[in-house]
Write a protein that binds this ligand. Structure first.
Ligand SMILES: [Zn+2]
Length: 215
């Protein structure tokens, strides 16, 4: 199974009539935030595959579309923020937003607010663990975990809660955005326990190996 993960930037060759030539074989699309709804709607329409996303700190709750619609979500896509969902046999959980750096900013949270949001998912995840022998396959976030692919300035500080979730629930992947990559020396892949933490900015294709949780 192939997964196309997106974040933070509209990529010209994805927002193009030729997207199907290059990505027609992906089975699932995951948006890691700061992606306009028109882009997600374009991808779901062109690829006709499930699209799950979390909001980023730059995503307005209401967005203006070119056809005049004001929309609260990307039509045909699933907002995974604060939820646990199953798709194509995978368990996905999502926590969008960034650290709070402006008092009135949307999709911004303090460390303790994100701890609570993460705690809100834990019952579902423990039930998965009891039922399936694994709690979670992919944790989808906008911000990185604290200390991994994050930065020293406030707006790009990662969340402690994500480090804890990786340690406790041990997903195969944590996919995030928010940290823009400017140099090819920037680290975008970090292993923490059995979890691969990937900065997907601005896109990344992931080959999913089935049965990984049995290893
Ligand atoms: Zn961001």
């Amino acid at each position: 199974m192939r997964i196309l993960a997106l974040s933070d930037e509209v990529v010209d060759f994805i927002y193009s009539p030729h997207v199907k030539d290059r990505f027609g074989d992906v089975d699932l699309v995951i948006g890691c935030g700061d992606l306009p709804f028109y882009y997600l709607e374009f991808v779901v329409t062109m690829l006709n595959k499930p699209v799950y996303f979390v909001p980023g700190n730059h995503d307005a709750r209401l967005q203006h579309m070119s056809d005049g619609r004001m929309v609260e979500t990307a039509e045909g896509c699933v907002n995974l923020d604060g939820r646990v969902c199953r798709e194509r046999g995978l368990i996905l959980a999502g926590l969008g937003g960034s650290i709070r750096y402006r008092a009135d900013g949307e999709h911004q949270y303090s460390q303790s607010e994100m701890n609570r949001r993460a705690g809100g998912l834990s019952i579902s995840l423990w039930l998965n663990h009891l039922r399936d022998g694994r709690a979670l396959d992919i944790l989808v976030t906008h911000s990185p975990p604290r200390g991994i692919h994050d930065a020293d300035d406030l707006a790009h500080t990662g969340f402690d809660a994500f480090v804890e979730m990786v340690k406790i629930f041990r997903p195969r992947y944590l996919l995030h955005g928010h940290s823009h990559v400017y140099r090819n020396t920037d680290v975008t892949r970090t292993q923490l326990g059995r979890t691969e933490i990937l900065n997907v900015y601005p896109y990344r294709v992931i080959e999913w190996e089935s049965g990984w949780w049995m290893t």
